[in-house]
Design a protein around this ligand. Structure first.
Ligand code: ZN
Length: 149
């Protein structure tokens, strides 16, 4: 049965097989923003107001990580029973900007070390009728080979 994948947050990432986060880039100084900045460039030396939407790097280096042992507060929907998960801060390859995200199930802090290569994937957050509500997550890039997620 075909299910429709819908994003947990509209317009923050693409839904293709090689998903990317969607940010904005200042046309004047080239600074990147995620989540999207649309009003004006936040670079204090720039302040230009022309920003364009751009897909961000799908890979980056693990900068920091931690364990989340408690369910997030509403309106976030957590699986019941709650399973602790790791949260990763990944520095994007091209943009050198740090983006937080949940780490895929089955990968805990013991499997992570700073500096390792991570890649972006989409994962189901919860089922809503016929729809899979998806969000982005990080996973170790090396572990992707030969293992279906
Ligand atoms: Zn700028």
């Amino acid at each position: 049965m075909a299910t429709t994948r819908i994003p947990a947050v509209e317009g923050w990432f693409t839904l293709d097989d090689a998903p990317s986060l969607l940010g904005t880039r200042c046309k004047s100084c080239g600074a990147y923003f995620f989540p999207k900045e649309t009003f004006a460039c936040r670079n204090p030396r720039c302040g230009a107001s022309e920003l364009e939407e751009t897909p961000l790097s799908r890979r980056g280096k693990l900068w920091s990580f931690t364990d989340n042992r408690y369910p997030p507060p509403k309106p976030y929907v957590a699986p019941d029973p709650f399973e602790p998960y790791a949260v990763a801060a990944v520095e994007l390859e091209r943009e050198k900007m740090v983006v937080l995200g949940q780490v895929v199930r089955g990968v805990g802090c013991a499997d992570l070390h700073a500096g390792m290569e991570m890649e972006l994937v989409l994962d189901t957050l919860y089922r809503d009728g016929e729809n899979d509500v998806v969000t982005w997550k990080w996973r170790p890039a090396q572990a992707a080979e030969g293992r279906a997620q």
